[in-house]
Design a protein around this ligand. Sequence first.
Ligand code: UP6
Length: 265
Amino acid sequence: RTKLTYESRANLAKSPVAKRLFNLMATKQTNLCLAADLSEADAILDMADKCGPYICLLKTHVDIVSDFSESFIVNLQALATRHNFLLMEDRKFADIGNTVSLQYGQGLYKIANWADLVTAHTLPGRSIVQGLKAALGGANSAKERGVFLLAEMSASGNLIDEKYKENSNKIATEGGDVDFVAGVVCQSADCFAFPGLIQLTPGVKIDEGVDKLGQQYQTPEHVVKERGADIGVVGRGILQASNVEKTAASYRDRLWAAYQERVAK
Ligand code: UP6
């Protein structure tokens, strides 16, 4: 799968939103996702505007935004349209189907209304995918939505083992709900083989290393060429830079060059 181009993989994708994202990556020539982990709405919008030209995906954690409002979402969607990137709410759902259905569609954030993509743990089994799909009735039924399932984590000492990884792959690739699974959040290429899924890999920084709370970083080249990442997620590597635009451009260039080398081999 890692030798195939994003264009060719778009044709294999079962999820319409994965197809759209693969094509967006290929035409915009970027495989960078910005993790906009900031707690003020205006700061996120400013970051989205500055980094917009260089990213295929902007990842949020809406529950850390202290001044969340509907207008924040309207503005974020306008930036996504202007700069041509998709929105992912990294909610990491992990409950029974009925509860995740409510968490996805209801509450303050109404995630299903605006996020093209969300993330979910596979811990509850395949009912988590069914629960998410169940929230998509009514006004949201016509919208293209999808989930990335977590099969590995970048945190040191996390509890995921080989069996869990294998079973996560089965949920992502087998059964009647695979059209809703756009990809897998993981750290290595062996998590899944199906080329129609997108590998999203967080824990990316030009300076490798760790933070004080268990996060482990690898370089853009390493995650793409050695670990099979299709999209590299960068948060603090960009957010804390003195020149955000230049840094985002440089992450985009390095991730994209690594992808080009990978598929050329
Ligand atoms: N993230 C990880 N590791 C995982 C899954 N998700 O770091 O295994 C998410 C975090 C954060 C981003 O929730 O939003 O990716 C990484 O941010 P950073 O680059 O600032 O460490």
